[in-house]
Design a protein around this ligand. Structure first.
Ligand code: PLP
Length: 389
């Protein structure tokens, strides 16, 4: 009898699809001279003083485990930074956990909170991990579809429509991957009222907050009364160009941080001490680097958005993050067809909007964390491709 290893794979794992981004980039691998506007990571190398801090940590023999919660001095520095920039005060000893990226922080938060059948609401198009992360924790993902007519903003009214007695957690992500949407204080206040009325918990992923180009970034954790029912997630990957260091963190009520820590201690144990030392340098002395990178992203954003609109692919101005999300509907192609044919004919890699949920169909995600001359070249190629359709 043939042996089928698939029979041993858990049902909920079998049910989750491969990430639409990864699938696409398997095709890109092995192709030559591709300009990638695909994977969402800064093209900058981590600033030297941060890399040097990692090297210096190694030189000093910092090669051990840390506390499960992470280095206390890093948690203390995070508390100072979060209070300064997000206006929410957390106790570094009990209310902050350092994880292996926001990815791990989010995963253990879902696992710490969700009982089988609990519903977790999120706005879509969204980061590819939310729905699978919820399913892997045996929860039920509930998407609130957002639309271009409204700049892909989510409203309290739209969220309220999907609330049921099983709703437990609301996931927010501003600035948003993939749309670049941001959220002002007034709408956040309405969402906060709704959350309190329906006794929900908020998980807010603010990994792109430093990359806000217009207006002030406001965290729901700072809305009066919300800190107690919010898990604030943030990390070093985007603001400091530190994706490979894999450091993120969660701030929240001590009881929930303790519950997350119990999962973390048996799975990850702790984040790498070398990366934590580098993160300390970043959070204490890296602000000027972030500002410089943001200025570059803003120039690139202005160029790429203008270029898409010129090509007849309407593109709203992303107010944060490093993604443009042009509409490709005028071409008559599906987002996957568009991305595949663009890659084949002009060797430009972008991610089909459908990778971010059904409401992303008709759009393309183009990451502008790429050098301006490459973006110019890519836009020339995309323009040529559009002429051939
Ligand atoms: C919205 C969002 N959250 C979380 C992550 C994961 O970040 P990290 O590198 O900290 O795991 C990403 C990465 O692209 C993201 O876009």
């Amino acid at each position: 009898m043939d042996f089928d290893p698939n029979q041993f794979i858990a049902r909920n794992v079998r049910a989750i699809p491969r990430s639409g981004i990864r699938d696409f980039f398997d095709i890109v691998q092995g192709m030559k001279d591709v300009i990638s506007l695909g994977v969402g990571e800064p093209d900058f190398v981590t600033p030297w003083h941060i890399r040097e801090a990692a090297i210096y940590a190694l030189e000093r023999g910092k090669t051990t485990y840390t506390s499960n919660l992470g280095l206390l001095k890093l948690r203390e520095a995070i508390a100072v930074s979060v209070e300064k920039h997000f206006h929410a005060a957390y106790d570094p000893k009990r209310e902050i956990l350092i994880a292996v990226g926001v990815s791990e922080a989010m995963d253990i938060a879902f696992r710490a909170l969700i009982d089988p059948g609990d519903e977790v609401i999120y706005h879509e198009p969204c980061y590819v991990s939310y729905s699978p992360g919820i399913s892997l924790a045996h929860g039920v993902p509930v998407a609130v579809a957002c639309h271009a007519g409204n700049n892909f903003s989510v409203t309290a009214e739209a969220i309220e429509k999907v609330i049921t007695p099983r709703s437990k957690v609301l996931v927010l992500n501003f600035p948003t991957n993939p749309t670049g949407g941001t959220m002002g204080r007034a709408e956040l206040q309405k969402i906060a009222d709704l959350v309190r009325r329906h006794n929900l918990l908020v998980m807010t992923d603010e990994i792109y907050s430093e990359l806000t180009f217009e207006g002030e970034h406001v965290s729901i954790a700072a809305v009066p009364g919300m800190k107690a029912r919010t898990i604030f997630l943030h990390g070093f990957s985007k603001a400091y160009a530190m994706t490979g260091f894999r450091i993120g963190y969660a701030c929240g009520p001590a009881e929930i941080i303790e519950a997350m820590m119990r999962i973390h201690q048996y799975s990850m144990l702790c984040a790498s001490i070398i990366s934590q030392e580098a993160a300390l340098e970043a959070i204490q002395h890296g602000e000027a680097d972030t500002i410089k990178m943001r200025e570059q992203y803003q120039l690139r954003r202005n160029f790429i958005v203008h270029a898409f609109n010129q090509m007849g692919m309407p593109c709203h101005l992303p107010r944060g993050s490093f993604y443009a999300f042009p509409c490709i509907r005028p071409t008559g192609l599906s987002s996957k067809e568009f991305a595949l044919r663009l890659l084949e004919s002009e060797k430009v890699a972008c991610v089909p909007g459908s990778a971010f949920g059904p409401s992303g169909e008709g759009y393309l995600r183009c990451c502008f964390a790429t050098a301006l001359d490459k973006i110019e070249d890519a836009c020339g190629r995309i323009g040529r491709f559009v002429q051939t359709i």
